[in-house]
Design a protein around this ligand. Structure first.
Ligand code: PLP
Length: 446
């Protein structure tokens, strides 16, 4: 151990008595007490090593502890750590230019926020201002953040406890997925598109400001869009004068094997929200990328958006360095290769574990969908299950931790989303741990 038992206990006491943990019952928590982190590993105060198989919350894309970022941040802090968002700084302009280069189409201007939620909140605000319409359409089984507007936009059970506080003018639609589509596969796309157009008709297209979708589905279970779906959504948006907001908070910055999830479909959104991988979590930052057409509206009209920490110079410096690291270390290329490798290895695991219903991934944004029965596809824990109701899945999660893995486990899903610098050996190490833990799940399958 690197510290005494007494010091260890004080750390835990301070945390539990004086801080509040997100999305949890505060009693009975047993989190990893992290002392340091490097590459794909976390180390606790006892020196125990954990393989981080979800890159934190699918944000630490370059891996932990990269000293290039530390140095870039320190350099920026020595020069100027904060100025108001009304000032010009070198780093702000350079980051804006770089983002315009890597973002699709005419998304050429960046409005900087502090996180994913604030990027999406501002996207919604701007879409309503620009169109003069009020409704936002979004997907059930999606997540866009936890503040008022975006938790209402999301279709995640995390909003159910605050249901009475939902913001008005959010309408949800369903997008079925191939795995649980009971009809002929070729009907999936046309039915999904027809359903969306019906809802637009019922609501009145002239009332709808924007359709908001994740670039690739994340915490809801990497629920792939039907092939060609996003292209159809873009067409429908253009047909009715509806803006398309794409949330790349989780699917951006190489996670899916391209800069952005939306790059797989070749469409260009009107507004695009970024966060997480933009700094790989080294500092908080969100970005709303705005199309030329929308940005031009504010050439001669006052933009009614702002935050104290918009274009924070130190966060911008972290982002610039992180983006350079994606390029220098060829992390997007590695994501494609490691994504394929994970697919091959999971295919082998499927023959050993009857609890694996499906593995869905794009690059290194992936999860196992665990089922009680491969024919009925009944999930091992129901969508909507509270942590205390996850039964067997809690045992699987505890086993993963006991075997030295940190990863995101939710309902019947086990995420496989390691940092983009992961090696084959580390993938093998992680899948061996998962394989061991899945024996618990297999025992309950029929
Ligand atoms: N959008 C997506 C797709 C996310 O996955 C998340 C967080 O998980 C958010 C937005 C919210 O980002 P933040 O927690 O930085 O507000």
């Amino acid at each position: 151990a690197t510290i005494t038992q007494e010091e260890r206990e004080e750390i835990l006491r301070n945390n539990f008595e004086h801080t509040i943990f997100s999305w949890s019952k505060q009693k009975g928590l047993n989190p990893i007490s992290v002392e340091r982190a490097e590459g794909v590993y976390l180390y606790d105060h006892d020196g125990t090593r954990y393989l981080d198989f979800s890159s934190g919350l699918m944000n630490v894309n370059i891996g932990h502890g990269n000293q290039r970022v530390t140095e870039a941040v320190a350099r920026q802090m020595q020069q100027v750590s904060y100025v108001t968002p009304s000032c010009v700084t070198k780093v702000r302009g350079e980051l804006g230019k770089k983002l315009a280069e890597i973002c699709p189409g005419d998304l050429n201007k960046a409005f900087f926020t502090v996180c994913g939620a604030t990027a999406n909140e501002n996207a919604i605000k701007l879409a309503r201002l620009y169109t003069g319409r009020h409704k936002i359409l979004s997907r059930y089984q999606s997540f866009h953040g936890a503040s008022y507007g975006v938790i209402s936009a999301g279709g995640d059970p995390r909003k159910i406890p605050v249901d009475s506080q939902q913001a008005p003018n959010f309408v949800h639609f369903d997008i079925p997925t191939a795995y649980r589509w009971p009809h002929a596969p070729e009907t999936l796309l046309p039915e999904s598109v027809a359903q969306l157009e019906r809802i637009i008709g019922y609501e009145g297209p002239e009332t709808i400001a924007a359709i908001m979708l994740e670039g690739e589905s994340g915490t809801s279970g990497c629920l792939k869009y039907p092939d060609g779906y996003l292209k159809e959504v873009r067409r429908i948006c253009d047909k009715y004068g509806i803006l398309l907001i794409i949330d790349e908070v989780m699917s951006g910055f190489g996670r899916t094997g391209k800069w952005f999830g939306v790059d797989h479909s070749g469409i260009v959104p009107d507004l695009m929200a970024l966060a997480k991988g933009v700094t790989s979590g080294y500092l908080p930052l969100g970005v709303l990328m705005v199309s030329d057409k929308i940005a031009a509206r504010y050439d001669d009209t006052t933009l009614p958006l702002g935050l104290t920490y918009s274009a924070h110079p130190v966060s911008c410096a972290a982002a610039l360095e992180v983006i350079q690291i994606y390029e220098d270390d060829q992390l997007i290329e590695n994501t494609v290769a490691m994504g394929k490798y994970v697919e091959e290895r999971v295919e082998e695991l499927k023959s050993q574990h009857i609890s694996i219903g499906e593995f869905r991934n794009t690059g290194l944004l992936g999860c196992l969908d665990l089922v009680k029965n491969r024919i009925t596809k009944e999930p091992l824990a129901p969508f909507n299950a509270k942590p205390s109701e996850m039964g067997l899945m809690n045992k699987v999660a505890a086993k993963l931790k006991e075997l030295g893995m940190y990863t995101f486990v939710r309902w019947n899903l086990v995420f496989i989303a390691p940092p983009l610098c992961v090696t084959r050996e580390q993938v093998d190490e992680g899948l061996a741990i998962i394989s061991e833990a899945l024996k618990i799940a297999d025992a309950e399958c029929d």
